[in-house]
Design a protein. Structure first.
Length: 133
């Protein structure tokens, strides 16, 4: 492959991530529970206690999906797309030490809360309930 082939491939990737993020990110955000940022940690702990095998399968699946979204979001910082929202969505899917503290710090920003709730209003959903700081 020469340089022109790489540039074409990068251009195609840019268009796909842009269009994909415009469709997928609002769709996923609209399908999250209204109290996702408050009850998510509690639901994960309950699932681990009641269904350990299912919890492991969900853990692996969510982390792979989250990693894909996080990687796409990082790429969208330089390519067209909703990079920060995609990164936030990817982090919210993943489960790692310190995730909840990082997520709570990220959603504490009023501009991010406004963007998330704007997307939900566009989809006809109720606004998120965010934890009190």
């Amino acid at each position: 492959m020469n340089v022109n082939d790489y540039l074409r491939l990068l251009g195609l990737l840019s268009v796909l991530t842009f269009v994909g993020s415009l469709i997928a990110v609002p769709w996923i955000i609209a399908r999250l529970d209204r109290d996702f940022f408050i009850r998510h940690r509690q639901r994960v702990q309950e699932r681990r206690q009641h269904h350990p095998l299912l919890a492991t399968l969900i853990f692996v699946t969510r982390n792979l999906a989250g990693l894909a979204l996080l990687t796409a979001g990082i790429a969208m910082l330089v390519l067209p797309g909703q990079g920060l929202l995609t990164m936030l969505l990817g982090l919210s899917f993943m489960d790692f030490p310190g995730k909840h503290a990082l997520l709570e710090r990220a959603i504490a920003y009023p501009k991010l809360q406004h963007a998330l709730n704007w997307l939900r209003r566009k989809e006809g959903k109720e606004e998120f309930i965010f934890p009190d700081r």
